[in-house]
Structure formats: C-alpha cells, structure tokens
Design a protein. Structure first.
Length: 307
C-alpha cells in the first residue's frame, strides 16, 4: 500500500466511546450473533497489576493477532481480537471472511487488512459524533488512563489534538491468558492466568468490561423450559420474565443513547446561545455555569483527598 492510501485509511476512522451499548451494537452491525458487552465491577486496581512479558513473534499457532497500523481503529481491533479468537461463536460472514483471508498474513498485513475493510470501517464509523464544525482544544501535560476490561483503555493527552484512546484485548488461549495489544508487536503471555493485568504509571482509572452471550437468549430459553415444567404462573417464571424485561429495557436504553451519540447538537446549542444573547442573559448564564463548574471541580478534589 502506498503512502497516500495509508493516509486515507488513517483519516477514515473516528474515535468511539468505550461503552457496552456501543460495542454490542458494533458487533451486531458486523453480523456477530448472541453476544453482548457488560461492565464488570469486581476487580480492583491491585488485582489488575501484573508484570508484562515479552511479545511473542510470531504469535502462537492458531491465534489471531494483528498489529495496529490504523489510527483510531484500536477499539474495534481489540473487539476483533476477542471475537476472532473465540470458540463456538457465530461471528458472521464479514469477520469470517477477514479471518480466512488473513490466515497466512503476518501481523502488520493483518492490521492493514482490517483497516481497509469497508464493512468494518463503516460499522465503526457509524458511531462518529456528528458536528457542524470541529473544535480544537489545546491540552497540556501528560496523563495516562488505563481501563482494564476484556479491553483496557489508555488515554494519552499529547498536545493540541483530540484525545487518543487505546484498547487492549485479554483472551484465554490454550490454557493461558494473553494480552493482545496491537502496538506491542505480538501477543504477551501472562503468567498469572487468573488475573487480567498490565503495569502502568501515572493516573489509573479502571473500566472493566466482559464479552458474554446475549442474556436475553439465555433467559428466553430458561423461561420456555420452566413454563413447560411448572406453568407460566410459577414464581421462577415470573422472576425470569422480570429479568428479561429489564434486559429489554437496557437494550432500548442503549439504542436511545447511541442515537444521541450520532446526533449533531451544534445547531441547537448555537441557537440557545444566540437567544440568551438577544435577551441579555448570556453572560449571566456563563457566570452561573462557570461557578457551578468550579464548585464541582472543588468537590472532586476534596473527594480525592478524602480517599
């Protein structure tokens, strides 16, 4: 691939939010069946700290590993690292074709294949926030955030550009736990297979997420089995139906949130600011908002000190 094509590929991928609703819909758009993402709260910072080993080049036989060669593609690439190494999962035609087509490729070529997949890029970019114009914010200092999940998210702020997020996949493979980071050159075997991990300096925040089966399908199956055995009025069936309704409500909430992520609120905000200015209330609203922001920031600092 020539430099021009590489540049086009880099510019063609947007950043997306780390959110179970986003990742679940992304997988469904790619044709993956019976899968969802769920936030996990049971692991703490100390549990997640492990010594990182040396990248394995080439990767273990049968493992799908791809280098990250496309900017902003790391969230989707981390998801693919989980899906394409999963056993017994119906991943759909798009991902099946990617896996089969790249079977003999090295890690870099696999990365380019992912970056140049129009189907994957289209699904990824469907979560691009809509904006009438771009605002460039100057950011100083250096702060690193690593959020472990089946992906860990690392935020690096390096100058006047949009925040860059990095995602890393952790997968079980042939009796061991591996870290798949597209920037490391190869998968890393983690000695402690009961933990997820990675070392990191600086400020650390955790956002744990796991990939699991669609809970609605499991609940529907349980409801059908118990209804046949005990009838629809049994307490167990009623409880399972309540759980299913809760899952359906969660999916509806995710759908609404994803629609909001895609909506362009800029015209509304500009109109509101113009109307406030016409009524002579803009500066007053600005001062109130600034004061509220300062109080919230002070409260956060106080809470951090008390911790």
């Amino acid at each position: 691939m020539d430099a021009g094509a590489a540049g086009d590929a880099n510019n063609g991928w947007c950043t997306i939010e780390s959110d179970p609703g986003v990742f679940t819909e992304l997988c469904e758009d790619l044709g993956v069946k019976d899968v969802q993402f769920k936030e996990l709260y049971s692991l703490d910072e100390e549990t997640l700290k492990l010594d990182v080993g040396t990248p394995l080049v080439p990767p273990p036989e049968g493992m799908f590993y791809a280098s990250q060669v496309i900017n902003n593609a790391c969230a989707t690439q981390a998801i693919l690292s989980v899906l394409l190494n999963a056993q017994g999962l119906e991943i759909g035609d798009v991902l099946t074709n990617v896996r089969d087509f790249t079977a003999g490729f090295d890690a870099d070529t696999r990365g380019w294949a992912i970056g140049n997949s129009e189907e994957i890029r289209k699904a990824h970019n469907s979560f691009r926030p809509q904006a009438s114009f771009d605002v460039v914010v100057s950011i100083t200092g250096s702060r690193y955030i690593r959020c472990h999940m089946l992906f860990s998210q690392e935020q690096r702020e390096e100058g006047p550009k949009e925040d860059a997020f990095h995602f890393v996949a952790y997968i079980p493979f042939k009796g061991g736990l591996y870290e798949l980071d597209g920037l490391r050159g190869g998968p890393i075997f983690l000695e402690a297979t009961d933990d997820l991990g990675g070392t990191q300096t600086g400020e650390i925040r955790f956002n744990l997420m796991v990939v699991c089966g669609d809970k609605r399908n499991a609940l529907r199956k349980q409801i059908d089995e118990l209804t046949k055995a005990m009838g629809e009025s049994s307490d167990d069936v009623v409880e399972l139906k309540a759980q299913l309704e809760n899952e359906e409500n969660t999916r509806a909430k995710w759908k609404t949130e994803n629609e909001r992520r895609r909506h362009d609120y800029t015209p509304f905000i500009l109109t509101a600011l113009r109307l406030l200015a016409e009524k002579g209330q803009l500066m007053e609203a600005f001062k109130k908002g600034k004061a509220l922001s300062e109080r919230q920031r002070a409260n956060r600092r106080q809470a951090e000190k008390s911790d």
